[in-house]
Design a protein around this ligand. Structure first.
Ligand SMILES: Nc1ncnc2c1ncn2[C@@H]1O[C@H](COP(=O)(O)OP(=O)(O)OP(=O)(O)O)[C@@H](O)[C@H]1O
Ligand SMILES: [Mg+2]
Length: 184
């Protein structure tokens, strides 16, 4: 009971932060802060975790403890939640065997590359160019608005000054988030 209440409290706080982030999205005076990428990723996983355990989806987070980033933590977290939820939908939809999502981070020059990969079979060629368009969805309208990746790309590109891209790998899809390290 106590555990569930804490979970509800933390999810409500996340929702409330999300509302603030949308309010502040276009303002210049929002605050960047320095945070640990690993803990930001773990918070994102915590938010989606409920839906994952139910479907026996495993999430593997392999991120160095010392990766610090100076940016907008909540906005980045929202993007991770979008990508993780999409991966979950794809894994559930395709009934994937040993469903797995892996999250890794590497440094390339002055950038971090956060990579989120699933083994749900990938995105077909026909729709790969469309997934970042507003309202593009392959889900029933009660299950998807088609705004997730559109917003995610906007947040990474316009607010965080980075890049969001997608590619197919052997067993599924990988999303790559490229952002400035931003700390000396
Ligand atoms: N990991 C993935 N594997 C396979 N297809 C994916 C994956 N991620 C996204 N897609 C495809 O991209 C489409 C667009 O994703 P997007 O998050 O923008 O919208 P949505 O998930 O359909 O709805 P919502 O806005 O509610 O999240 C999805 O409908 C799905 O077809
Ligand atoms: Mg989505």
């Amino acid at each position: 009971m106590e555990e569930r209440l804490l979970e509800i409290e933390s999810l409500t706080k996340y929702l409330s932060n999300t509302i603030d982030d949308f309010k502040d999205f276009f303002s210049d005076d929002k605050d960047k802060k320095t945070f640990s990428l690993k803990s930001m990723i773990e918070k994102s996983v915590y938010i989606v975790k409920g839906g994952f355990t139910k479907h026996e989806i495993e999430i593997e987070v392999d991120v160095h403890n010392d990766f610090m980033c100076h940016s907008y933590e909540n906005e980045l977290q929202q993007v991770l939640v979008v990508i993780l939820n999409n991966a979950k939908d794809a894994l559930v939809n395709r009934n994937s065997y040993q469903a797995l999502i892996s999250v890794t981070v590497r440094i390339e020059g002055e950038f971090y590359i956060i990579e989120l990969c699933d083994n749900a079979g990938g995105i077909s060629k026909e729709i790969r160019d469309k997934i970042f368009e507003p309202y593009f969805t392959t889900k029933h309208k009660s299950q998807g608005t088609g705004l997730g990746l559109y917003m995610a790309k906007k947040i990474i590109g316009e607010s965080l000054g980075g890049e969001l891209s997608v590619s197919n790998r052997e067993f599924g899809t990988c999303f790559e988030i490229k952002i400035k390290v931003g700390v000396e």
